[in-house]
Design a protein around this ligand. Sequence first.
Ligand SMILES: [Mn+2]
Length: 305
Amino acid sequence: MRQLDALKSPRFTQISTFGRLPICEKNEEIKAAFLGIPFDDAVTYRPGARFGPMGIRQGSRLLRPYNQFLDTYPFDKLNACDMGDINVIPGYIEDTMNAIQTSLYEIISSKNLVPFIAGGDHSITLPILRTLYKKFGKINIVHFDSHYDFWDSYWGKKYTHGTWLRRAIEEGLIKEAVQGGIRASTFSKEDLRDKERLGIRSFTIRDLKYNLDTVIREINSLSGPTHVSIDIDVVDPAFAPGTGTPEVGGLTSFEIIEIVRKLRFDKLVGFDVVEVAPPYDMSEITAMLAANIIYEGMSVLSLNL
Ligand SMILES: [Mn+2]
């Protein structure tokens, strides 16, 4: 219960680490770490997700050590800590992807540490997957979003927050892809064919709302290394307004938290929550939700320990 002294202190006097966890120190036996990637130059609409990591840290201050629904002390079991943020290069998408790959590989290559990453826009998931692939080989991706994110390009450009999933599949990084929560209008009916062609098992928001057990069963039957990527816009803007590309008619905050609680993994190797844009948030509700999603993700991981 290493972090308990800090947890007893008044919340407003603490430095902003995720969950008021200690800052990671070298050579610790860390099984999970919070890591920020404050990059948002690959968005197609509203910027602001570069402030996501600090917003989520701020929104995480009320997290407490015991999760009664999963009966676990995630922070303690995982010896969790906050690694700070990766140095990104504002304005330079491909340079930033390289920087993410270098830093993240340094972090995970020699340790059995699962990074819990706060974006940043969704473009960061491509370099995350490349890095996980370098260590583990092909990765399953479990993707919650209101958007497909498998577009070929925007304005003729291949690297954006709406193209990372197609790039990851084209680059051969992905073993199986399951996505859920899709509801945004698309550019044409033809676009929908791509999900079969790319081999993505895609579930709409209706599937999550009406047939959740089926979706959970699909996800929980995946074997091998798995990365979870949650775009906060899978949640309804009424519950998560602080995001760059909001789509109405989404999950409630309770629903996304419950979904995460039901996930079980053969081997969870990475987890990201992206597209939290504090400039559009109100009363920190989006940031608090993102923080709690990460907390539940850590809790699920801790169940295997
Ligand atoms: Mn999205």
